[in-house]
Design a protein around this ligand. Sequence first.
Ligand code: PGA
Length: 254
Amino acid sequence: MRKPIIAGNWKMNLLPGEGAALIAALKDKVAGAKCDVVVCVPFVDLCAAVEAAAGSNIRVGAQNMHWEKSGAFTGEVSAEMLKAVGAQYVVLGHSERRQYFAETDETVNKKVLSAVKNGLTPIICVGESLAQRESGETDGLVSAQTVKALSGLAGEQVKDVIIAYEPIWAIGTGKTATDAQANETIGVIRAAIAGVYGKEVADATRIQYGGSMNAKNCEGLMAQAEIDGGLIGGASLKAEDFSIIVAAATATVQ
Ligand code: PGA
């Protein structure tokens, strides 16, 4: 059985104090969770978030990083820096970064390798646009994005990364993929991993769904066999909604 993982992606929201208050409100609500619970926060919120989450089952992550250890990369943050302030996860290759900040499969791969080398768990985002879905490119695209992102990792390392399938047309739009669509495409991603690393590795790798997942639709999504959790944007900014999603993931654990 794969342990579900629910991760919040706060995006560019919440000041450090606001983030700490959200985590404080979340702590008791998710204390009994049987899934992993993560909040991925803006860089400047990391310290306050780690402090607020201390002693709880909530883990903290970042939303991006640079692949180099240090150097002349103005405005960038390394894996080592994230580790030093207590981050344990990092979202990589989110579609907003691919779209607005020229992130490519190649840079995502470099970041994945650096994250793993430094003991951070990457949450690697893949997903198609509406035009790509409508022209039948989804399966090939998400498979290629996944295989390229993981290139250079050993099978044992692949088991510990998280993949987030996020159809771009479902992010922030209120338009969720149907349970069956999400399950099917995540199955395709798992098959792509199996094609390179074998079935045992693919069966052990956790793959989340992301894109307008919320307190109302989480139960149906979490009930799908291939879906191992969620990457939650908008609904992660409200303690009540996020904890309902954590509860839906917990309910799937025997
Ligand atoms: P959303 O964002 O839940 O607001 O659609 C998800 C994401 O972009 O990770």
